[in-house]
Design a protein around this ligand. Sequence first.
Ligand code: SAM
Length: 328
Amino acid sequence: MDQQPHEVIWTVTNAIVPSSCLHVVAELGVADHIGDQPIPVKELAARCGADPDSLDRVLRLLSTYGIFADRSGAYGHTEPSRLLGSDHPMSMRALSRMMGLPVFSAAFAQLDHCVRTGSPSLEQVAPEGLWPYLQSHPREAAIFGQAMTAKAAADVAAVLGAYGFGRFGTIADIGGGRGHLLRAILDVVPTAEGILFELPDVVATLHIDSERLTAQAGDFFVDPLPAADAYILMEVIHDWADAEAAAILRAIRRAAPADAAVLIIEGVVIEDQTDPRVQTLDVLMLAVTGGRERSPSQLSKLLESAGLRPSTVIETSGAMRIVEATAV
Ligand SMILES: C[S@@+](CC[C@H](N)C(=O)[O-])C[C@H]1O[C@@H](n2cnc3c(N)ncnc32)[C@H](O)[C@@H]1O
């Protein structure tokens, strides 16, 4: 139902309330303590070490969004609340935990800093920047890594459905996190080999269980990248301002054989977009990394500046688009 104007403002102003409830519930692991039947809130609170009245009120609010079912003093699962379970194959628990980490919430509490200065507010909390911060905070880094896998679960399926990777022999995933996209591609292309290029601290946490997958530790601003038939960059270019984004693409151009494909996979700003996910990620980048979501023409300019020839923008069934380019 359409909201009245004052309701729109009220809802957006107070959006921090339900989102904070979700972060806490994810952190406490509440979903893991609910089985097939609703469970009385007192028992649930005891299982997750929470105050029963407070937990009841938090869950009662979330249930109005369809997250948990309120059964008069007992709570059961709904389809969305099941996604907060740690063992759900599409679990989004880590994503909610990540957004609740003090370093992220403090950055958002100081969003005015970005708007006044143009610099990411995360620097007010972690002056070294996000990636060095994560390197020196292993607990947060583990949650961040799980969150990237969590947010990617649906995106990976959408990317595989939209693009044929079968023509590539070697695929390099640059800044590929824990390799969720690359592993999924190798599963559907049994003839391909994959190289995951990531920061040494991330590579040190990886368990490589396929002979067709290798991990190369390095810094894409400093170290040479591997040679490959295709380079994938999922939500990497959007982490950086133009100068750094262009430097990553130039590093790929230096390593790439002629005609190699370069695929930027992330949200693309299209005019008249009504789905707020890309704009949400854009402001997230503004606050946290200093990067941005870009339009097709902004991405084309970046690619061309690095000696890459942009060709098409491919839609997926999710919020991501695939911007394809070729090394010339
Ligand atoms: C937003 S995450 C995206 C991860 C993955 N591609 C995905 O979509 O889930 C960005 C990744 O870039 C990696 N990264 C950041 N700086 C890097 C650098 N200088 N060299 C290599 N990787 C880097 C981070 O460790 C992180 O895993």
